[in-house]
Design a binder for this molecule. Structure first.
Ligand code: FE2
Ligand code: FE2
Length: 281
């Protein structure tokens, strides 16, 4: 039985968070509006409280206290609130200890937030990409990591040993072993009915040139991932190659990459302090 077939037999795989599907669907249908968003959020008091805490955190430096979701949408903007909801609904499903020194929940989520923000930023400079979709893609790109830790822990320990023994990158070791966080993540994406683009980004973010029609999106997330890891923003693993590879397919000017690095440097502490504390309490 292949590893992916094994997943069919796992009965407690997390289901798609309800708020996430509402918010993602809300964008596709033209009905997405501040009111719909407010309603989605209002149904969930924990989410409401967390959004208000984020809105009032030093991250946004607001002068006046935000005390309602309607107000948060006005002050932070519809799209920003939507991104917060996406972040919070995802971090809510994987929040437990993963049982590995090499992987911990909080840093993987911080990494994902970093990748999401940088992907969005890069996408703004590239024709043919929707920046907010790329934010979501960054948030979900490493979902498979959680599944490997939680459902394939002994295999993952063997992968880490193989990496050590053969001095491979973590992803090369996963591929040689025959079990990758990308395939496992794509399996979950399919189960959750995520869009083709999100599924391709999850599956190909380490091999973006294989992503067919979604090569551009996968390359953006690949590059954002490289930048976040090299800058040690959230989760990263020691002993990976040092240089950042910029996919040629993006046709990006290096200044844009530098801008992303600078942005991350400046925002690192703010993101860690504000988002980090609220996501995980
Ligand atoms: Fe990855
Ligand atoms: Fe990653």
């Amino acid at each position: 039985m292949s590893f992916i077939q094994c997943l069919d037999n796992i009965h407690d795989l997390p289901s798609m968070p309800h708020t996430l599907s509402s918010v993602l669907e809300g964008l596709d249908s033209m009905s997405s509006s501040a009111q719909t968003m407010e309603k989605i959020i209002r149904d969930d008091p924990v989410l409401t409280a967390k959004i208000l805490r984020i809105a009032n955190s030093p991250y946004y430096c607001l002068r006046q206290e935000v005390s309602s979701i309607a107000r948060a949408i006005v002050v932070l903007g519809f799209e920003e609130v939507r991104r917060i909801v996406i972040g919070l609904s995802l971090t809510g499903i994987f929040s437990n200890d993963l049982g590995f020194d090499e992987f911990d929940t909080k840093s993987i989520w911080l990494h994902s937030i970093g990748v999401a923000k940088v992907s969005k930023m890069l996408a703004e400079d590239i024709d043919g990409l929707e920046a907010d979709e790329l934010f979501t893609a960054g948030m979900v790109h490493d979902l498979g990591r959680f599944l490997l830790c939680l459902y394939f822990s002994s295999e993952l320990r063997e992968i880490l040993e193989l990496r050590q023994k053969k001095q491979l990158s973590l992803f090369d070791a996963e591929e040689q072993y025959g079990l990758t966080h990308t395939e496992v993540g794509a399996y979950l994406a399919k189960r959750w009915n995520l869009s083709e683009m999100l599924m391709d980004v999850i599956r190909y973010h380490h091999r973006p040139n294989s992503a067919g029609p979604n090569t551009l999106a996968a390359s953006v997330v690949f590059l954002a991932d490289e930048i976040c890891q090299k800058m040690k923003f959230g989760w990263h693993i020691e002993g990976e190659p040092d240089r950042v590879i910029v996919p040629k397919s993006l046709g990006l000017n290096l200044d844009i990459v530098k801008k992303a690095v600078l942005y991350l440097k400046e925002e690192k502490e703010r993101i860690e302090a504000s988002w980090g504390a609220i996501f995980f309490t």
